[in-house]
Design a protein. Sequence first.
Lengths: 110, 319
Amino acid sequence: MSLALDLFTIAAVTLGAIFFLAGTVGLLRFPDTLTRLHALTKADNLGLGLVVLGLLPQVTAPFGWIGLIAVWLLAMLSGATVGQLLAQAVRPPDWDQAATRDGAEGPAGD
Amino acid sequence: MTSALAVDSALVLLVLGLALWVTAARAAYSAAVGFVAYGLLLTIVWVRLAAVDVAMTEAALGTGLTGLLLLGAAARLAPYESAEAARRPGPGLRWLVGLLCAAVAAGLAAAVLLLPDPAPTLAPLVAENLAATGVGNPITGVLLAHRAIDTLLETVVLVPALIGVWSLAADQDWGRRPGSLTPLHAGSALTLLAQVLPPFGILVGVHLVWAGADDPGGKFQGATVLAAMWVLVLVAGLREPPAVRGRSLRLLLVVGALFFVGVGVAGIWLADAFLAYPEGLAKPLILAIEIVLTPSIAVILGLLLAGPPVAEGPSGARS
C-alpha cells in the first residue's frame, strides 16, 4: 500500500514539475504579455495542484493536508488576481470597444 | 545527502547570481523586483538552515514589507531617475564603492570561516534556562526574556520611523490621511481578493502570534501578515487610511511599546532588574507583551506603507 502511495507521489509531483517546466518555457518563449501570463498561471494552478496532490499521501501531521490544500487554493486565488491585474495593465486602451464591436469576448484573464 | 547538496549548491548559486543582478540592474524598479525574488530565495536558504523563525521574518519583513517600500520608492523616484543617471559618479568613485563593499563582504566571510570549531555559542545556556521562561520556542525565549532589551528597542524604533515618514508631509497637510496607497479603480479583481483574503490572513496572523510561544512564529511575523491584509483592503479602495491626527490611532501606535516599557520598569521592583520577570509569571507576561504589541506593530507597518499625509486622495480616486 505504501509503495503504491509512494509511486503515486512520484508520478504526481513529476507531472507537476513538468507543468512548471512548461510554464517557465512559455514565460520565456511566448510572444506577448497575455500569452506569457497564461503560461505562468497554468504552472501555478496545475503544477502546484499536482505537487500538492502528490504530497497529500505523505502528510504525517494531523490535519497537515488542510494546510497543503490551503496553500494551493491561496496560490490560485492570488495567481488569478495578479493575472487579471497584469492583463488589465497591459491591454490596449481601446480593447473593450474593439471586443464589443466584434461581438467577441475579451480573453479570460487566467 | 548528495541530492540535498546539489539542491543547496544550486540555491546558493541562484542567490549569488540574483544578488549580482540586483546590484548591476540599471533601473531602480527592476532592482526592487529582483530584490523581492532575492528575499524569497533567501527565505528558502533559512529554511534549509532549519531557522524557520528567521525564514518567516525574512519572507514577511525582509521581502514583503521592505520590497513594497522599495517598489514605492522606485515608483516615486522614477521621474528623476534619468536625471540622476546622467550625473552618476565617475568610474573612480564607483570602483572605490565596489571595493569597499567587497572588502566588507570578504571581512564577513572571513569572520564566519575563521570561527573556531566548535563555534562559540550560547545555545546550550539558552536550552538550559528555557524552562524558566515557560515558553517552548527558544527563539521567543531569547527575544522576550534573555535579550528582551533588544526586542524592546526594536519595537520602540518603529514609532520614530513612522514619525519620520509622516514628517515628509507638507505643512498644510499635517494630520490628514496618508496618500501613498492609491486605490485602483473599483470592480477589479483586486476588490474580490481584498474581500476574500483578509479573513484567512487575519486567522494566519493571529495564529502566528499565538503559536510563536512554542513554535516558529511571533508578533513581528503575525503583525506583518495582519498589516498586509489591511494594506490590501486600502489598496483595493474598500477602506480609507485613517487621518493621522486621530487621538485613538496615536494611542494604538504607542500602546505596545508603552506596555513593554511598563512591564520592564515594574520588573525593577518585582524582580530586581529592568525587564526581569517575576518568578512564575514569565510566560503570561511574555504572552501579554506579544499580544499587546501585535496590533501596534501591525498598524505601524501598515501606516509606514501608507506613506505621509497628503491633501486629497490622488485625483479623487475614491467615491
